[in-house]
Write a protein that binds this ligand. Structure first.
Ligand code: HMG
Ligand code: MG
Length: 287
């Protein structure tokens, strides 16, 4: 790895990190977290979700959070949108990016967004078209790419199918997600090979949860395949309410350290991220 290798790290702590917290987190804390992340140098921050408040009560204040964050120039403030209603809310909140999120597992898709995989593609088609027409960046996420909390093993061809469908609908980026943190370095290459048959490498991001402590090795395996964009969560907080047993996203602090050790640059201030991770864990009562 040459030192000129730049890797993008997207911080998802405000969204994936906080969505599963049982105690309501004050609006000021959410806003302060996003502002700390932009100051630390992140160029994309996943701020919140415009989803059903009964599905994810913690993020029901997404519009207020978006209204209050200090918009740093050059930063993409992105939000999850499960349908056209969510997209309209995202547009009204001046989101720079949206995330449409499906799954390679039929059961997880039903649990998470209450429709099957093929139906989710039909549901997302007008959302993606509307975002493109509005000049808003679109990410398509494929959950359960390395395993499902309900179905267990998932075939790489199912992951590739949804990635291809999103790609054909014109998403700017694909995020391939290890929702429950069961992937291995060998498995990373296997699934990515299937996805890359139809999707350009430059559009691929990988989103890892760290349930089994392999996420950092998995990132190195993805870098070897050529992936240059990863999600991570400052403080290692997070989890999905519809993925029982899944722990937090891989911690941004650890990802930045490992990438640096691998000779990759990120442009992010590791000391500021460490400080924000400590602050966030204290806010969440995790010391
Ligand atoms: P549904 O029940 O089929 O939809 O849910 P519905 O249209 O019947 O609406 C149900 C209720 O939600 C109604 O309210 C709607 O008004 C409301 P009620 O009449 O019951 O009071 N509603 C909305 N409210 C606000 N904004 C909206 C919206 N849409 C409907 N946009 C639906 C379908 C998709 C809406 C629901 O299941 C949902 O919101 N799911 C979101 C689930 C979610 O956010 N999961 C976590 C994020 S995904 C994740 O963490 C994985 C990821 O990190 C990658 C990885 O690790 O794998 C991205
Ligand atoms: Mg996640």
């Amino acid at each position: 790895m040459s030192s000129s290798d730049h890797v993008t790290v997207v911080d998802v702590a405000p969204r994936d990190g906080l969505q599963n917290e049982a105690t309501p987190i004050p609006l000021e804390t959410k806003v302060a977290l996003v502002d700390r992340l932009s100051a630390a140098g992140f160029r994309t921050i996943e701020v919140t979700s415009f989803v059903s408040p009964s599905a994810v009560p913690q993020l029901a204040d997404g519009a207020e959070v978006m209204a209050r964050v200090r918009r740093a120039p050059g930063v993409r403030y992105s939000v999850l949108t499960p349908n056209l209603r969510g997209f309209e809310a995202a547009r009204a909140a001046r989101a720079d990016g949206i995330v449409v999120f499906g799954a390679a597992s039929e059961t997880f898709s039903q649990q998470n967004i209450r429709c099957g995989i093929a139906e989710s593609v039909d549901r997302y088609a007008p959302v993606i078209a509307a975002a493109r027409a509005a000049g808003i960046h679109v990410r398509g996420t494929v959950s359960c790419a390395w395993g499902c909390p309900y179905e267990g093993g998932i075939s790489p061809s199912a992951v590739a199918w949804l990635a291809r469908a999103f790609h054909q609908l014109g998403v700017d980026e694909l995020s391939i997600a290890d929702t429950i943190g069961v992937g291995t370095p060998e498995g990373m290459a296997e699934v990515l090979d299937a996805v890359l048959a139809d999707v350009p490498l430059a559009r691929v991001n990988v989103h890892l949860h760290d349930t089994q402590g392999r996420a950092l090795d998995n990132i190195v395996a993805c870098v070897a395949v050529g992936v240059r964009s990863f999600d991570a969560s400052t403080g290692g907080v997070g989890g999905c309410p519809f993925a029982p047993g899944a722990t937090g996203n891989v911690a941004t602090e650890a990802v930045l350290e490992r990438l640096a050790a691998e000779g990759c640059s990120t442009g992010i201030d590791l000391a500021a991220v460490r400080e924000t991770g400590r602050w966030l864990r204290a806010q969440l009562g995790r010391g």
